[in-house]
Ligand binder design. Sequence first.
Ligand code: BES
Ligand code: ZN
Length: 999
Amino acid sequence: YTAPRFTLDEVELDAEPSGLSPSQDRRGLTTGTGPSSDAAVFNLDLDYSDDDALLDWEQYAGLRRFRCCGREWTLPSWARPRPPDWWWTYTKRQRRLLLSGAACCLTFILLIAALAAAAASGHSILPGLIGRGDAEYCAWVEPRLPPGIVPRRYALTLGTKMAAPYAVEGSLTIDLNVTKAARCVVLHAASGLGIQGVWLGNGTGGAQGELRDRPGHQQLVLQFPSTLQPGEGNSLHFRFAYNLSEGLSGSSYTLGAETHSLATTQFEATSARSAFPCFDEPALKAVFVLTVEAPATYTVLSNMPASAVHHHHEEGEGHGPALASWHFPPTPPMSTYLLAIVIGELAGTSRLVPGATAGADPRNVTVWGTPDRRASLEFAADIASKVLPAYEAAFGVPYSMPKLDLVAIPDFSAGAMENWGLILYRETALLTSPTSSLADRRWVAKVVAHEMAHMWFGDLVTMEWWGELWLNEGFASYLEFLGAQAASPELDIFLSFYTDVLPDALEEDSLNSSHPLSIPQGMGCGGFSRRMTGVNTSERIESLFDSIEYNKGAAVLRMLRAWVNRGAGLGALEAAAGINPAQDPFLAGLQAYLNLGAYNATTGSELWRALAGPLGLPDLPKRMRAWTYQQGYPLVRVSLDEGGRVWLQQSRFGIAGVTPCDSTAAFWLPVALATADTPTGKPTWTEFSGCQSAAPVLQNAASAGTWVKANAGQYGFFRVQYDEALWARLVAAAPTLPPTDLAGLLEDSWALAEAGELGIDTFLNLVGSLAARSPEDYEPWAAALPYLERVAQLAPCSTLWQNYLAQTLFNTFLRQDAGGQANTSTAPPPLAFSFDAPSPEGAGVGQRLLRPAILAAAGRYGHLAITAQALELVPNLTASSVDPDARSALLATAVRAGHRDVLVWAWLGRKWRPVSEKLGGGNEGARRMGSLLESVASLFSNQTAIPEVEAVFAASRGVVTEGIYLERARETIETNAVWVTAHGSKLCTWAAQHAKLKP
Ligand code: BES
Ligand code: ZN
């Protein structure tokens, strides 16, 4: 903040605020001592509103002291109220709101109880609402469905018109399981579903129901003249009709001069209700029996293989257009969001994959695309047919469906979608050609493996509610690496786990606007803040598909797997042969979890309980509690005492500042320590869960030059801070540290500088060490490049910085000779990487990934030789002489349009409407628009921009409904502003000293 701060030194307090740590506050109050000291030193920021404080000293003192019998008494410590920890994560203002809300809830409950008691004693006060068993369902107001009536089986028939007027006619029978007698049934239906009628009982012969809409929650309340009695005999029958695009997304593509149409479902998270009335919650699993009628020339795919196809004509025998009815057998019990249908003209390629268990039938794995894509399906088919048996071996549970289809859909709205047995992909996530770059192939392998992991984690076992989405997405985001590695070891997929997964999640989870992996299901009464309301609206559910659920989820799982396999050596675990449940307790634990939750829904705590036995960690639920239910992550401090012994401590990392440890909210920390003496890949492991390690974790680390690197291999989801002397040793060792560790140090030193915990020179000196790294060392460069770009945007001396990068750092790296020695002769040696030379013979994946990244960056900062080469080559871009790996870097360099944040923002501010139309409609479009606005707004480094940013968000409110994007953008701008004040001038001095400004 730039607001003036005033300091009041040495405010002595007479009492220690036990449990109410002053350090809890993230904004104005800081304390030099921990919560256990008697006197605390406060810097009081007078700009700071007391209402936002977490502490209220008078109130606190009042709690402890009271007057009675003419005397002042102090409450003994056992009698003081001890609210749970989450209580203190709220400011005083929020807590006051919570208390008054709770009081209002209580009053309301008492009132209802009184009314109910009156009704029960025969004095019905509100007839029709209270006093009848089914009444609460008829007057249902909750966003979640009531518990007493759930579906068992859906028999759904959809007749589709694949040409104008593109319409769907549907009929549906839902067999119910009723556990509570009721006259009303509540289920989901979007407003676009033209429901023509609903009857109780099969067919249209039963009692007709009355429909009442709850449009705010996309619910329908059906009221019948008679009561539904508990049991399995009740069923609902619906007729409805809608425009194809309301419930299925239609897309069209052209082949030659002809336009073809294709229709697909995309139901996750809450769109099944747009295609048919249903109980659209993930835990309400049921069997689906489907019939689809389509023009006879189309192929219809669904979760199950078709059991029969009947050809007929629209208007009786031999008349009207030829049609086909596709019948699909019952699915296993599954969630509504996983039901899928594709109707299109498709071509496919199949592989027969043997069953996992002896005697099991082989399954067809087929990759489909529009007919013109026939030649681009082979790579994905190879990968998918290898991933399937690899997962069966890893999880010890056979794939549940009789077949697996993967379909490339033109203009598919998500990146990919894991419908059980029928996975849909955007074309770029499934198709390859002989000229596809290595990065493209790695992407296809990862996305194929990601969605296939969902066949078990998401489809067979599903999260109980969206607030625990990480049980789907975190698992798939970790297991995709296992699957892709097993299917195609030459892609060396784990090489980029750290750089692709961790930095994003660590950044997002260091903001106040983050959230825990598992979000509890609200407190009823409407809740009082975003954190308390749980995940109820479709927009809120949609906004949860974020880096926390995907990447933090994946990282936490990887951390745990590394710990339980710490004896095996880190590399072995992630090598091709790493899938071996007999020797990997983590995989054995997954099998236990899958068996526990198969065809059912689970929660985070059930996961940890299932894993505890196989992992041999009975207290696993406790170890994982903070990781699951608290947002944020720890900062581990490594310090050296006079005796040369190394100790660890933890505090809480936040980008706006680090908060001291609160022992009741501390994390269980598995920490790998590497030193100059430990063999690579064989670090020393230790664990602690208090504020500090109980004993020194290393002895004899005093001798100078003995570096100590914590979080060796970067398997942990935390950051590390070191004593100054230990940082200096690490910086000195940087040129020879393992690449992942250097990447981790770059990450942590940047983040610590951002949080005001470290000067920027540590990061800069580590960056300097990159010039002498081997061309195979992709990870440290991949970690550093985004920050080098951030500095270029934020630095007050941006030209000087860009010159340093292009003419010193990149130039030295690019011109070092093949042996990794920086060249010192005066004549410029040839470039080690260039656009026109293909990757050298024997180049590994690291080098092939690094080359385009380095070339693009060198071009962006104006490296002379690289820029000249790009301009020379760009006319031949499409010629095959340009290596596919370097193609997009070449293009980017040639069209290098120096962007200006302000210009981009002003443009976006005027054009948000057409831009959002381009991004697609619905919840998915809203999500994309929200994150686009967020990422552009995050380029600002001046707080004066905030009102402007707020105005554009406000203008686009109809589209961006979720406040989280603005909240994050605001936090990032504030952090940027602090960064410039703290580090701007030091950075410029450093760059001036280090820049050797020669071409
Ligand atoms: N389950 C998601 C698809 C999804 C995402 C549905 C968001 C609804 C909202 C799928 O498994 C997924 O994660 N897809 C990613 C691509 C994947 C490779 C990370 C996507 O669509 O971005
Ligand atoms: Zn996914």
